[in-house]
Design a protein around this ligand. Structure first.
Ligand code: B12
Ligand code: SF4
Ligand code: SF4
Length: 215
């Protein structure tokens, strides 16, 4: 039977990591899935790995989504699992809800997910669903407890605070010359988190996602 160590070894070859897992019952999982593992980019290694892939280099749209589908579908086949993606399906799979149910990620003061290793940089490239239960790690401690909450005041225009996310205000700022800092280095709220800073994500990866978000 497949175990967590074997799954981790398979995805590490693609600079991916397990950011949490959910057992059926802790959340509603797709039909036939007993355990679901949430798959995220590894911190420092991911961007240099991804930029060498054919999808990044072929100049076609949505390279990271196409790469995720190719790589995780192949991993799923080799492990007798099903692959699920946070994009390309309507209504979307509830990745946010699954992440909170994993006990590894939590909703932060600005609502977005905070993870004990990845901070506010947490994002998913997909999930692997297994028909047999997989033994999962215990829930992680909550990173936000005792934090001075720099995330709440970090947005230069107050577009993302503990009152919510003002999407038009965010895009308007990104259109201004001052918005270049967010566009080139990633959302200042996500960067302000001390856990994000320790994760060491490549700023070029953040710039790539910001171009996709604000196009
Ligand atoms: C639609 C969407 C958005 C919309 C939200 C519009 C809206 N209010 O509906 C917009 C375009 C604003 C958005 C933006 C971003 N998003 Co978004 N988004 C999604 C997506 C595809 C679907 C959400 C959904 O409707 N789910 C369906 C419901 C039923 O599922 P749920 O999990 O129960 O829903 C909860 C969450 O969606 C949450 N939620 C609601 N609104 C928003 C808005 C944002 C920005 C986030 C993070 C969460 C969130 O509340 C819901 C109830 O608990 C998810 C992926 C997914 N499949 O869930 C990513 C997702 C939530 N987004 C994510 C990310 C990374 C971003 C960006 C930061 C992208 C970037 N630039 O890198 C940006 C923010 C830009 C910035 N300032 O940096 C991550 C989570 C990151 C985190 N740490 O929380 C997800 C999980 C995608 C992924 N591949 O990992 N997003
Ligand atoms: S800055 Fe502090 S409160 Fe905000 S998400 Fe990070 S750890 Fe949590
Ligand atoms: S990207 Fe910049 S403007 Fe938009 S919410 Fe983040 S900090 Fe605010």
């Amino acid at each position: 039977m497949v175990g967590l160590a074997q799954i981790k070894a398979e995805i590490e070859r693609h600079a991916l990591t397990v950011a949490g897992g959910v057992q059926q019952g802790a959340a509603v999982l797709p039909h036939g899935v007993a355990s679901l593992l949430l798959i995220a980019p590894e911190g420092q290694r991911f961007w240099s790995h991804f930029t060498q892939t054919p999808e990044y280099r072929d100049g076609q749209p949505d390279p990271m989504d196409r790469w995720s589908v190719r790589v995780l579908s192949a991993v799923a086949q080799s492990l007798d699992a099903q692959a699920f993606f946070p994009f390309g399906i309507s209504p979307p799979h509830p990745f946010f809800t699954w992440a909170v149910a994993s006990g590894q990620a939590r909703s932060s003061p600005v609502q977005w997910l905070i993870h004990p290793d990845q901070g506010l940089w947490l994002s998913f490239r997909g999930a692997l669903g297994f028909a047999q239960p997989i033994a999962l790690p215990a829930p992680a401690p909550a990173p936000c407890e005792g934090c001075a909450r720099p995330c709440v005041t970090a947005c230069p225009v107050g577009a993302l605070t503990d009152k919510g996310y003002d999407l038009p205000a965010c895009h308007a700022f990104l259109d201004s010359p001052e918005g270049a800092d967010c566009l080139n280095h990633g959302c200042a709220v996500r960067r302000a988190c001390p856990v994000s800073q320790a994760f060491g994500r490549d700023p070029d990866q953040s710039a790539f996602h910001m171009r996709h978000f604000h196009r």
